[in-house]
Design a protein around this ligand. Structure first.
Ligand code: PRX
Length: 635
């Protein structure tokens, strides 16, 4: 596995140097030695950053599912590909071997073909976290259809907007889904969405909850009898390296979501390579990522990355708090999970609970623990490190985006010394640069700036579906010749990167640039505080002033609010300076969050400004009801 596995820190530096000196040669070798191709490429890379045109492995032919499944059958046919842990711990775990997965994907591929779905057609998948979700994605990839997975928590209007944007022909959904002790009527949501989606000719329905559903004659069909009757054998579609593999929507600065399009070969090579190295995956490991497959993390690091490496990947249907707040720890113990990958928001929620929940379980199987999706604050990092990693399993704080396809900056476990809250070093092939607002590159260390990437890597999204101009304008024009991430970053004295948050979250107070993330970090260090978010609001003298929304821990709820406000500001004053003190602090019971756990600052900003009009579509929030509460209690 030369060129594929990074073995030590000197090896990392050696590989990194090679990858920068000659990126084409670097990726050429990795692609050549570790995957199966119908036809080799004629050229490794063709790119024009000014036009946002990037192509990798030109004219190569492949099918990603041959790499995810078929090639493992001879050596790993009876190995578990997927371990399915249901929402209800009383329900039996499903163990799906690579041979089972081959059979299930083959049948589903044949069912889709029988419905007239073929290469290039868009299929919307709106399913809960059940094995059929992964099987459906792989079946699409098998026949060259482009899957667009919509997180099964999005509202009917969000589903409809996505189906319409990419003109899907078919939807795969289920009767319902479980979420803790709740049942959600997914089919009803699809029915509602489809009232405005004339492009959909067929809906295939997986039975999961047994809830009563309405089946529209001629359009809706239960999938089980079709799968039972379908043959396994099929001929995979031969795909060009740059044919689309999937579209995944991400939110933009405007209300219209961006359909990020990823193509076959580059995405395959990049997710496989990064999975192997960032999680230090070894043959008999049991890997678990708690993200939903409806997000890029689930696409790349529950489905494609692990399966490309012949790994065992856990799919968890439930939530961390059901039936009790130790479900994550129970599942780790039950399946002897070796790699655990989750989000800071989950870590913070679990850290609010008594440590007895985590201490009750044997987590000694863990070798690597990961974090993704937002900056992890110091307190959460230490809690995760102390209680879950038990100071022996390194934390990989992985920085990346829907647009990047895979992880770009992360420690390599047991190789890169970790540093709390730092994503540390770029992976081979990734060339981060920090830029100032005048578009000059900031060189040297101990600096902060706008994070850009200088050179393409194979996993980068190729376009926004149907709107290449928007792709170009959003990512390639602010800093010409470079990919602009929209994030700010700090490079420390040894060259480690720390992501400081979206640059659009910067607030200028009395002429000083203040990042929301470091202020929130200090607030969160207050022992009574569970979580916080700050935004700017107009101020006569300072230009902007800071408004803090703060969730208290249970232990802090009885405290005098005015004293708490003073203590929080004292803490900020000590850690950042008096300039960063908050003018207003509102105690709230929750913060408006996207389904992936990100705080919707846009809404908080409007509330802080006293502008209660036009919040936009809040139905896609995790907790839309909180908006009303915060609004009513505004200071
Ligand atoms: O701001 C960064 C933050 O999440 C953004 C990307 O969000 P999304 O496309 O939804 O993908 C999330 C999963 C990859 C980034 O621009 N972000 C992601 N990971 C980190 C992070 N911020 C800090 N540290 C991270 N590890």
């Amino acid at each position: 596995m030369k060129n594929y596995v990074i073995e030590s820190l000197p090896d990392y530096f050696k590989q990194y140097k090679k990858s920068i000196k000659n990126p084409k040669k670097f990726w050429d070798k990795i692609a050549d030695e570790n995957f199966v191709w119908y036809q080799r490429w004629e050229k490794v890379l063709k790119h024009d950053m000014s036009e946002a045109k990037i192509e990798w492995f030109l004219n190569a032919k492949l099918n990603i599912t041959k790499n995810c499944i078929d090639r493992h059958l001879s050596s790993r046919g009876s190995k578990h590909a997927i371990i399915f842990e249901p929402n209800n711990p009383e329900e039996a775990t499903q163990y799906i071997t690579y041979q089972d997965l081959y059979d299930r994907v083959g049948k589903m591929a044949n069912v889709l073909r029988a419905q007239g779905i073929g290469k290039g057609d868009r299929v919307c998948i709106y399913l809960p976290m059940i094995p059929e979700l992964a099987v459906a994605m792989l079946a699409c990839a098998r026949i060259g259809a482009i899957h667009t997975v919509v997180f099964a928590g999005f509202s009917a209007s969000a589903v409809a907007a996505r189906i319409t944007d990419c003109d899907c022909k078919l939807v795969i959904t289920s009767d319902g889904s479980y979420r803790g002790d709740k049942k959600i009527d997914l089919k009803g949501i699809v029915d509602e969405a489809l009232k405005t989606c004339p492009s959909i000719g067929k809906v295939l329905v997986v039975k999961r909850t047994g809830s009563a559903v309405t089946m529209q004659e001629g359009r809706d069909e239960w999938i089980a009898p079709l799968l039972d009757a379908a043959p396994v054998d099929n001929i995979p579609e031969i795909m060009d390296s740059e044919d689309p593999l999937f579209i995944l929507y991400t939110s933009g600065s405007t209300g219209k979501p961006k359909g990020m399009m990823h193509s076959c070969a580059g995405y395959m090579v990049y997710t496989a390579y990064t999975f192997k190295n960032v999680f230090n995956y070894k043959e008999n490991d049991i890997y678990w990522c708690t993200a939903d497959i409806g997000w890029i993390t689930g696409h790349s690091y529950i489905v494609y990355g692990p399966l490309l490496n012949g790994a065992t990947t856990v799919i968890f249907e439930g939530v961390p708090s059901y039936p009790q707040p130790d479900r994550f720890w129970e599942v780790i113990e039950k399946h002897k999970v070796t790699q655990f990958y989750t989000a800071p928001t989950a870590i913070r929620a679990l850290a609010k609970e008594s440590t007895e929940w985590v201490e009750k379980h044997d987590l000694s199987s863990l070798k690597v623990i990961g974090s993704v999706g937002e900056p992890i604050n110091d307190e959460a990092w230490h809690w995760y490190n102390d209680h879950v990693g038990r100071k022996t399993s390194p934390i990989v704080d992985t920085w990346w985006q829907t647009e990047t396809g895979g992880i770009l900056i992360s420690p390599l476990p047991y190789i890169t010394p970790t540093k709390p809250t730092y994503a540390t070093l770029p992976l081979p092939g990734v060339q981060p640069v920090l830029m100032d607002d005048k578009r000059n590159e900031i060189t040297g260390n101990q600096v902060t700036g706008n994070l850009c990437i200088r050179f393409p890597w194979p996993g980068i999204a190729r376009t926004i579906w149907g709107d290449h101009q928007r792709y170009k304008e959003t990512y390639f024009t602010a800093f010409p010749g470079k990919y602009f991430t929209g994030d700010g970053a700090l490079r420390d004295e040894v060259g480690y990167y720390r992501i400081t948050g979206r640059v659009d979250d910067v607030i200028i107070v009395s002429g000083h640039n203040l990042g929301t993330a470091p202020i929130e970090d200090s607030i969160n260090e207050h022992p009574a505080v569970a979580e916080s978010a700050i935004v700017g609001y107009p101020h006569d003298i300072k230009g902007n002033a800071l408004y803090g929304f703060v969730i208290l821990k249970e232990s802090g709820e009885g405290r005098d609010r005015d004293n708490l406000r003073k203590e929080i500001n004292q803490l900020i004053s000590e850690q950042i300076g008096p300039i960063a003190k908050l003018d207003k602090i509102q105690f709230v019971s929750g913060l408006p969050k996207t389904r992936s756990g990100k705080i919707m600052r846009r809404i908080l900003r409007k509330i802080a400004e006293g502008d209660f009009s036009n919040f936009g579509d809040i139905s896609t929030l995790l907790n839309p009801e909180i908006v009303e509460e915060i609004k009513n209690e505004k200071l």
